[in-house]
Ligand binder design. Sequence first.
Ligand SMILES: [Zn+2]
Length: 403
Amino acid sequence: MRRSAPDRGRTLLGPALALIHTGRAPTRSALTSALDVTRATAGAVSGELEALGLITVDSSPAGGGRGRPSHRLAIDPAGPVVIAAQIHADGLSVALAGLGGRLEQPVHLPLPGATDPVRLLRAVARTGAELARASSRRCLGSALALPNPVTEPDGTALAALHFAWPSGTPVADLFAEQMRKADLGPGVPRPFPSAVANDANLAALAEHRHGAGRGARHLLLVTSGHRGVGGALVIDGRLHTGSAGLALEVGHLTVDPQGRPCQCGNRGCLNAETDPDALFAAAGRTPDPERPLFAQARELAGSAAEDPDALAAVERVVDRLGLGLAGMVNILNPDRIVLSGLHRDLLAAAPERLASVVADRCLWGRSGRVPIVPAEVGHAGLVGAAELAWEPYLHDPQAVAAS
Ligand SMILES: [Zn+2]
């Protein structure tokens, strides 16, 4: 049944903005059919989003077409932004981000000498505030991606081993406090919205909305960045984070009981068997301590075609990764797996081998043939943080006007 009553338009604002934000409604006729409403309702909804300064509606003829032009819908390039930030083992990254998964040029900073939570979060907040003050676009909120588990709903950081933060650090409260103290310039919402989440979860959200996960219903993302391994699951467009935000801690899945020691005290966890250190160990090489480990590991994986030691190392690590993925496939039955970070490079170096290890271990032929694809979104942690910061406005676009 078609919805046509004019007052339905308000409740359609959020779904309409989400469709335009994720590129699924590039024209008003696409919006009309995606929302299953009349042309008049879609026109009213897109008109209101345009009036809120969020999208542009272009009704000029596209050229060559006949009949009535379908109005082209796009994110307003002068529209509001949010602050997206990420803390990782090698430093801080901060960027402004508009809707549509569009980051402005990120700023990368080395970690400050002291990495206690307050100092790090203050550096993030100050950098974000500088970007916001320098921009002519309104800034509506902020969010931060962290390389450790973050509990829900209270937002404490667990096992923040990279920085030796005390487990249970109230990182959401501390970040909110630093954003409150930062000089964001005039015209920002007060209180200024802020949020924190785990980086793998946010990368999965970014891939689902803007990258290799688009259209997947049960998307599993597995990634190895600078240290360790993260995972995330998006079901029907929403992150599955478990009862306390701690689901998909895939890094401690055992893939070799006699394997390398893991920081958790066990041996042979996916963390310890498939991260950059593991690849170097498998190749019998030592990384240059003067250069970022992650970049060197990517180069090592990329040299597998011409370097027999690198190929042997890739195959060993791919076999362990395949064991881990097969275990997850048997439990979760995803319809797509996106590999990110170093795992993306391992997939590129040995795609058939990885697919066959997974298929051999899967209980049903059908689940074992799940597509395993490389991540597509650059700076996915930042893009995902932007998704988190945009969440209240995607839910209720009129909040833009109220703020
Ligand atoms: Zn472990």
